[in-house]
Design a protein around this ligand. Structure first.
Ligand code: HEC
Ligand code: HEC
Ligand code: HEC
Ligand code: HEC
Ligand code: HEC
Length: 217
């Protein structure tokens, strides 16, 4: 960039000078002028256009996200996960073209504000969007089904032998931030069995689900 800027400035000056030399600094059609056909004065103008276009093509292109964007263009792996039997996405195969039915977060546009075509590097360390619990429960997974599916799970067993159904956490404001996605990663084969205990340990630091037994707070 540092190298190109002065070069472009120089060409621009020559372009401006060249046009002014015609006798009028206006966007008059150059074809009416004899100097426009003169290679010495028309060449620089063409050169500027060609080199900037070339540079843009090899770098990145501006991108404005919308819910109608072609998600697969940049998220190939997530899209392919719908055909991978080891990923829970494969159980949602009919939703492969409906990314937004789960990713319907008002921050989606902002999360893509720095994205450019040709640059798919992840820039943010923190997630800015979430797949809400409601995305999964509205019209799809009901509580009766979930209670049943989690009934046999023993992964959430604390140090005292208390076992909790991952789909039936006691109602508590501290638990409201726990969503289906806390334990279920749809586009990878990461198992919920592995993810679940860590979610609880964030707060139940002693691996004891009952608080207030060791200290009051
Ligand atoms: C031009 C490329 C491109 C397109 C098209 C695109 N994305 Fe992205 N998306 C990205 C990049 C790059 C990131 C990482 C952004 C970052 O980390 O700053 C991202 C991030 C995300 C994230 C994570 C956001 C978070 O919480 O941090 C989700 C979810 C997502 N995209 C879904 C979608 C969906 C759904 C579509 C289609 C409607 C889509 N994307 C279209 C490039 C794209
Ligand atoms: C059935 C719901 C569902 C559908 C449909 C869905 N996703 Fe996801 N997606 C998720 C969940 C759940 C996560 C994990 C979110 C988390 O970790 O907080 C996720 C995570 C992501 C991420 C972030 C990955 C990361 O770095 O953590 C991207 C990008 C993404 N999805 C893209 C897509 C694209 C593209 C489609 C459509 C081809 C799609 N998703 C369809 C549920 C869905
Ligand atoms: C605390 C972690 C945790 C949370 C939160 C959670 N799950 Fe689960 N889920 C699990 C575990 C662990 C299993 C595996 C149970 C077993 O089979 O032993 C499971 C199993 C499932 C299954 C059955 C999968 C299969 O292959 O049969 C479905 C469906 C499911 N969860 C959906 C959900 C939905 C929808 C939500 C949100 C409303 C949710 N889960 C929230 C941990 C969690
Ligand atoms: C964000 C912090 C946080 C997370 C994450 C969390 N909990 Fe809790 N949990 C609490 C707090 C705080 C209490 C209630 C303390 C009180 O008021 O008695 C509690 C209460 C409980 C109780 C009721 C205990 C009783 O005395 O009846 C159970 C059971 C429990 N949590 C299980 C879990 C499980 C299982 C997980 C993981 C899936 C989990 N919690 C994740 C903070 C958390
Ligand atoms: C099995 C016993 C036990 C249980 C149950 C327990 N704690 Fe603790 N907690 C401790 C001990 C012991 C310490 C002191 C640890 C240290 O200083 O290294 C501690 C320290 C803490 C601290 C740091 C206090 C400080 O001043 O630094 C916080 C915060 C805390 N616990 C929160 C919780 C919460 C929230 C729960 C319930 C979700 C909980 N604890 C349940 C044993 C427990």
């Amino acid at each position: 960039m540092k190298f190109r800027k002065p070069a472009i400035a120089a060409w621009s000056l020559m372009l401006v000078f060249g046009l002014c030399a015609l006798g009028a600094c206006s966007p008059a059609t150059p074809s009416t002028s004899s100097t426009a056909t003169d290679p010495a004065s028309s060449q620089p103008a063409d050169g500027v256009e060609a080199s900037t276009t070339e540079a843009d093509a090899t770098e990145t292109m501006a991108f404005t996200w919308s819910p109608e964007s072609d998600c697969a263009m940049c998220h190939q792996a997530d899209t392919d996960s719908f055909d991978d039997a080891s990923c829970p996405a494969s159980q949602h195969a009919d939703m492969k073209d409906q990314c937004m039915s789960c990713h319907d977060d008002p921050n989606m546009e902002r999360a893509h504000s720095k994205v450019e075509i040709g640059d798919t590097k992840k820039k943010a360390t923190l997630k800015r969007t979430a797949v809400t619990r409601e995305s999964c429960t509205t019209g799809c997974h009901d509580q009766a089904e979930l209670t049943e599916k989690g009934a046999a799970a023993t992964v959430l067993t604390d140090k005292n032998g208390l076992t909790v159904n991952p789909h039936e956490l006691p109602a508590h404001e501290e638990h409201e931030g726990i969503t289906c996605a806390s334990c279920h990663k749809l586009h990878t084969s990461d198992s919920p069995e592995e993810a679940a205990p860590a979610v609880c340990l964030n707060c139940h630091h002693a691996n004891v689900y009952e608080c207030n037994t060791c200290h009051a707070h």
